[in-house]
Design a protein around this ligand. Structure first.
Ligand SMILES: [Zn+2]
Length: 80
């Protein structure tokens, strides 16, 4: 649970930073709160390891194994 909270915080900070940096398209991901944005963002990369990200169409989606579950992310859209 603590890990989830930390991840959620990190995602919120990342999104906030990107918006501040002027990434207007990232605004589309952020719903009423950061968590909603996070789940929307997952859609673009989910189960797409090794394939092009649906959102930016330039980066290849990475897979991150975290114990029982896998996390997919795009290094361009989701800076970690
Ligand atoms: Zn991307």
């Amino acid at each position: 649970m603590e890990q989830c909270k930390k991840l959620s915080e990190a995602v919120k900070l990342t999104l906030r930073g990107a918006i501040r940096a002027g990434g207007s398209t990232l605004r589309d991901f952020v719903g009423a709160d950061g968590a909603a944005g996070y789940f929307q963002q997952r859609y673009w990369v989910y189960d797409r390891a090794g394939q092009k990200c649906r959102r930016c169409r330039s980066s290849v989606v990475r897979k991150l194994q975290q114990g029982q579950r896998s996390t997919y992310y795009c290094p361009t859209c989701q800076k970690r």
